[in-house]
Design a protein around this ligand. Structure first.
Ligand code: GLN
Length: 486
């Protein structure tokens, strides 16, 4: 708005962002910076505005993309050595849609290599520091994207979420992070991790920004056959009701309830919020559990009913995820062989050593671990015992969410069992690191949307986050509902 009104120029905004990049350099947020390109695009937008031309809805807004998004001419590495010399030949559909609205991309952000991890400690480019405490991890895998928004370097960033990679770093840094319904945003042009779980989403400072980005980025794409027909604006009756609220808010907001209390427009259609009984135990940090209780009290004071849910199948989610995800990773990473993309080892004597040496040097230990596990669970003799069992557990989890959403409109849960942990604390213990994902992976297995919301700070100054989980295609209503929890 300010841009269109000429109270600030796109060039000024981009220069500010670039200055902040320099100021926060030791946080290790970026893997690539496109200073010249960003300033050039900003000048073009300023020029168009001064000529009185129409500009896009994101005109002049600086943003950054996670380093697993392809942007033509950018060195997309997915923060992995094996992709280091790879120049993207195309631009991801999601990024293109943002550029078409005149947003200005300033660079690519750090993440765990190939998005495998929960801390950015698996990045070839080193760890990203937490925005509240520099001795702690940013979270992951999209840690750079989360810190870029938390430290106000850019207005928003893109991320990918296969098992929590947007929601967990958002909660570690006190911002909003959204993983939409599977298939809502095109995955075309994004380095694949586990194709049946991967979702594209965003980090923002407000639900309103998230809503705008979702309305721009979502929709069917002929280049990604798993994308759903556009539902973001008119997905279901709840959404269209909500659209009415936006235009007719006052009327609905002042309608009296039977008990005489005021009832907001949103509550007329959303009344029950679920909490998962099985997550209320000592595995979860007390301060996070208290933050959840406080938000439940807030909802009750607004007239919502809190429903306790038993979801016993969720206890299989982590195990099922760490079978299905590596199985798909194995398949997706098999294309990196030193022939077709990026880095190639120099110490090769024949084709076979070219493959093995390139992979040995190019992949991080965590990437290799997942390739090994994936091959194991898919191998004959073990397929039935592992992969097939995990696929069955996934079905149970999908059904359990469906049943839960018959009893409530949304579910409120922790995102991870603890706030940001210390750098180095879990990196040598893969199982401890995997346990970080205890409460985030079931959403990806079920394909349902989840939004991380800020929920205060811990006694030692760390950000606390919670997530709102909704039924498939409830994305817009869910984002709007989050305003009730501010
Ligand atoms: N932390 C999870 C993992 O390492 C999720 C990663 C992601 O969502 N990309 O698999």
């Amino acid at each position: 708005m300010k841009i269109a009104n000429k109270t600030v120029t796109a060039t000024r905004l981009v220069k500010d962002a670039l200055e902040k990049v320099k100021y926060f350099e030791d946080y290790n947020i970026f893997t690539y910076l496109d200073q010249d390109g960003a300033l050039k695009r900003a000048a073009e937008i300023d020029e168009r505005i001064s000529r009185g031309e129409k500009v896009g809805r994101l005109a002049g807004v600086p943003f950054a993309a996670k380093s697993n998004f392809l942007v033509k001419g950018y060195p997309t590495t997915a923060s992995a050595h094996i992709l280091e010399e790879f120049d993207s030949p195309i631009t991801a559909t999601s990024v293109q849609k943002l550029l078409d609205e005149d947003a200005i991309l300033i660079g690519l952000t750090n993440c765990d290599a190939f998005a495998h991890g929960s801390s950015t400690e698996n990045s070839y480019f080193g760890v990203t520091l937490n925005s509240c405490d520099r001795e702690r991890v940013a979270g992951g895998s999209s840690g750079g994207s989360a810190v870029a928004v938390a430290l106000d370097v850019v207005e928003f960033t893109t991320g990918t979420d296969t098992g929590g990679s947007i929601r967990q770093p958002a909660s570690f840094n006190g911002i909003y992070g959204f993983k939409p319904t599977y298939g809502c945003i095109s995955r075309y042009g994004v380095v694949a991790m586990a194709s049946s779980l991967d979702c594209i989403g965003f980090f923002t400072k407000t639900p309103e920004d998230m809503d705008l980005l979702m309305s721009i980025a979502s929709g069917q794409d002929s280049k990604d056959l798993t994308t759903l027909p556009d539902f973001y604006d008119n997905s279901d009756s709840m959404t269209s009701v909500f659209a009415n609220i936006a235009t007719n808010g006052e009327l609905l907001a002042s309608e009296p309830r039977n008990d005489g209390r005021e009832r907001s427009g949103l509550q007329k259609h959303l009344s029950r919020i679920g909490v998962i009984k099985d997550f209320d135990n000592e595995v979860v940090d007390t301060e996070i559990r208290n933050a959840l209780k406080e938000k439940c009290e807030l909802l009750k004071s607004k007239g919502y009913e809190i429903v306790e849910l038993e979801m016993p199948a969720l206890k299989y989610a982590l195990a099922a995820y760490y079978i299905i995800q590596p199985a798909e990773v194995t398949s997706n990473l098999s294309r990196y062989d030193g022939v077709r993309y990026g880095f190639r080892s120099h110490e090769t004597t024949d084709l076979s050593s070219l493959y093995s040496k390139t992979r040995e040097e190019g992949f991080m230990p965590e990437n290799k671990r997942r390739i090994m596990i994936g091959n194991f669970v898919l191998s004959s003799g073990f397929y039935d015992a592992y992969f097939l069992k995990a696929a069955k557990a996934r079905t149970l989890i999908i059904n359990e969410y469906e049943e839960a959403f018959k009893k409530c409109d949304f579910i409120l849960t922790p995102v991870s069992p603890n706030p940001a942990f210390k750098i180095g604390e879990k990196v040598n213990n893969p199982v401890a690191m995997y346990l970080e994902d205890l409460m985030s992976v079931s959403l990806n297995l079920a394909g349902v949307p989840g939004l991380t919301i800020p929920a205060g700070t811990s006694k030692n100054g760390l950000s606390l986050g919670l997530q709102i989980v909704g039924p498939r295609r409830s994305d817009k209503t869910l984002i709007n509902f989050s305003k009730e929890l501010i």
